[in-house]
Design a protein around this ligand. Structure first.
Ligand SMILES: *[C@@H]1O[C@H](CO)[C@@H](O)[C@H](O)[C@H]1NC(C)=O
Ligand SMILES: *[C@@H]1O[C@H](CO)[C@@H](O)[C@H](O)[C@H]1NC(C)=O
Ligand SMILES: *[C@@H]1O[C@H](CO)[C@@H](O)[C@H](O)[C@H]1NC(C)=O
Ligand SMILES: *[C@@H]1O[C@H](CO)[C@@H](O)[C@H](O)[C@H]1NC(C)=O
Ligand SMILES: *[C@@H]1O[C@H](CO)[C@@H](O)[C@H](O)[C@H]1NC(C)=O
Length: 247
């Protein structure tokens, strides 16, 4: 053993600058940056930084600078950053339902995350709805309600009226229904899932959410059985193996 010891230090001495150079050129996994956002592990931009394609992030130029996106079942979702809990990320999620609104006008969209590791946790998200005088419901299937809330009866012109409520279960797919409760409930109505933790004031809607809102911050969760070790620990393990073989 004594014979090998100087060799060992020589090896480390040679290895260190190489490792430092590699680090300088390619940011550490879990610390990659796109625009102002640090991409949290197990997500990654470089292919060595994510363990499966669901966690692949694309950094794209937009009019507002570089922004990171993930693609979930064909939909590009902007990554807003790390969520405060494990196995969760904050994304910008489009409103699922909207009718008669200023900037957005599309029918109910069916959300389906099945076949991906992702779901929306009821612990971290609420269901919200913009509008006047409707009963808004989120459903897993035709007969399976996951929550609903009643918008106040108000003037059609009210831009920040609506309601929100808890979700009764974690969800991978859902649809939204809007039912007018009064003859004059005809104005803009939209519905969405949103992060419990991204807003301070929240009556009757979180401040900043209104008729013109197209995207809302939401917490996307994933099943922990999907992600193995991050790229960083793989590198450490391979160095450990190297030393094992050399000495
Ligand atoms: C990112 O840019 C690529 C190449 O221009 C484009 O194909 C892709 O749709 C863009 N993705 C997003 C989310 O903007
Ligand atoms: C980054 O943050 C600065 C300061 O908050 C802001 O001016 C800039 O537009 C942001 N860039 C991107 C790409 O979001
Ligand atoms: C979601 O997609 C899966 C597979 O594509 C399908 O089997 C399932 O019925 C869909 N669920 C809903 C509620 O549409
Ligand atoms: C929902 O997901 C959370 C993780 O965010 C988990 O702790 C909780 O047990 C799940 N709830 C149900 C009803 O499966
Ligand atoms: C996580 O995924 C595994 C395997 O796909 C499954 O058996 C398990 O029930 C899932 N757990 C949750 C909380 O969804």
């Amino acid at each position: 053993m004594g014979f090998h010891l100087p060799l060992y230090f020589l090896f480390l001495f040679l290895l260190c600058p190489i490792l430092q150079a590699a680090e300088f050129q390619e940011p550490t996994c879990g610390k990659e940056v796109c625009g102002n956002i640090t991409i949290p592990s197990p997500f990654g931009i470089h292919s060595r930084c994510y363990t499966q394609p669901s966690f692949s992030v694309t950094c794209n130029q937009t009019l507002n600078g570089d922004k990171p996106f993930i693609n979930v079942n064909g939909i590009d979702l902007e990554v807003l950053g790390k969520a405060i809990f494990s196995n969760a990320i904050l994304i910008s999620y489009p409103v699922t339902y909207s009718t008669n609104c200023d900037r957005i006008n599309k029918p109910s969209v069916r959300v389906n995350l099945s076949g991906t590791p992702f779901f929306f946790s009821s612990d971290m998200n609420y269901f919200g709805s913009v509008g006047c005088g409707n009963w808004a419901t989120i459903l897993r299937s035709e007969a399976d309600s996951l929550g609903g809330c009643s918008q106040p009866r108000c003037d059609d012109g009210a831009s920040e009226s609506g309601c929100f409520t808890e979700l009764t279960a974690n969800l991978t797919s859902y649809t939204v229904k809007m039912r007018a409760m009064y003859p004059d409930s005809k104005g803009c109505a939209s519905a969405f899932i949103f992060s419990k933790y991204s807003f301070r004031d929240a009556y009757p809607l979180p401040s900043g959410i209104n008729k013109g809102t197209t995207h809302v911050p939401a917490v996307l969760n994933w099943n922990s059985s999907y992600c193995g070790e991050g790229g960083q620990s793989r590198a450490v393990i391979s160095i450990a193996w190297l030393s094992f073989f050399f000495f």
